[in-house]
Ligand binder design. Structure first.
Ligand code: ATR
Length: 273
């Protein structure tokens, strides 16, 4: 039996164990995937990670509030994938050559989910609303998928500008894509795809969206609640998606990294709901 955990705080609500057990069943693998609570500080996080891998654990997922702490641990004492490096955050930990290895599958999980739904990214205009960790993680995977241009809109414009500058300096791939920034309420025009990567869904507030903003496809990274962002664009005929497929998609990429198994996410999703 291979052992996995998801480390977070809080962690009781995590769907990761049921998702990964469904994957294991599909792949015919014997696994145990558990929720791991951790006190909210870097020292405790490192102790939990060390104890897990020293005890023979195969892989760990990392969730709120530890993704940046995990990134720093891998930066200092291990290795990072390009996606984790550009995201500045790690959601997947493994061991490679006896060393800690950190990856970030969130952004690629989003891209894969869009492509599974038949949304085309190549040569498309994309706008992301938000400039926090969730937005940052999607930028490299979207650009690698061949989008034509990116607009990063945020309530605090300076945060979007700082992010674009930092990522452009860090990654040649990012530097090659034209990226605009603006305030969320100043985002206007038509985009092929608009993504909500803010944490606003948690507060019950609504984004100040312009009446001159339209899109063919709207994606909200949240799921499991009413999403006014999606309703807003569905009303004018856009195709919409919540972030549940992204959750399954990022998990499938973690599972593939750990076990080599190629998961049929559509079948897994059908089994889970
Ligand atoms: P995450 O890791 O989920 O991205 P974060 O780093 O705290 O979380 O970033 C939250 C994002 O949601 C930010 O882009 C934030 O905008 P600011 O940079 O201006 O703070 C955005 N956000 C949160 N609440 C918002 C609100 N009520 N209206 C508009 N944007 C909001």
């Amino acid at each position: 039996t291979q052992h996995f955990i998801v480390i977070g705080n809080p962690i009781a609500h995590s769907k990761s164990p049921s998702i990964h057990h469904a994957f294991a069943q599909q792949a015919g693998l014997a696994i145990r995937y558990a929720r791991q609570y951790c006190p909210d500080d870097a020292e405790s996080f490192r102790a939990v990670v060390d104890a897990f891998f020293n005890g023979g654990g195969i892989g760990a997922n990392v969730t709120v509030p530890f993704k940046q702490i995990a990134y720093e641990y891998c930066l200092e004492d291990g290795a990072l994938s390009d996606h984790a490096r550009v995201a500045g955050a790690v959601n997947t930990l493994a061991q490679r050559d006896g060393k800690l290895y950190g990856d970030n599958t969130d952004g690629q999980g989003l891209v894969n989910d869009m492509q599974h739904q038949g949304w085309i990214l190549k040569d498309k205009t994309v706008a992301i609303i938000g400039a926090g960790g969730a937005a940052r993680g999607t930028i490299l995977p979207l650009i690698q998928a061949g989008i034509k241009s990116l607009t990063l809109a945020n309530r605090t414009v300076s945060k979007a500008e700082t992010l674009v500058k930092a990522l452009g300096e860090q990654s040649a791939t990012v530097a090659h894509c034209p990226i605009d920034t603006c305030a969320t309420d100043a985002l206007t025009g038509h985009f092929d795809i608009i993504i909500n990567a803010t944490s606003i869904g948690l507060s019950g507030e609504r984004l100040p969206l312009s009446e001159h903003l339209t899109c063919a496809h709207a994606y909200d990274m949240m799921y499991g609640r009413e999403l006014p962002f999606l309703t807003h664009f569905a009303d004018s005929g856009a195709k919409t998606s919540d972030g549940y497929g992204m959750l399954i998609g990022q998990a499938a990429l973690s599972f593939a990294l750990w076990t080599g198994a190629d998961i049929d996410v559509t079948a897994a999703r059908a089994q889970l709901t």
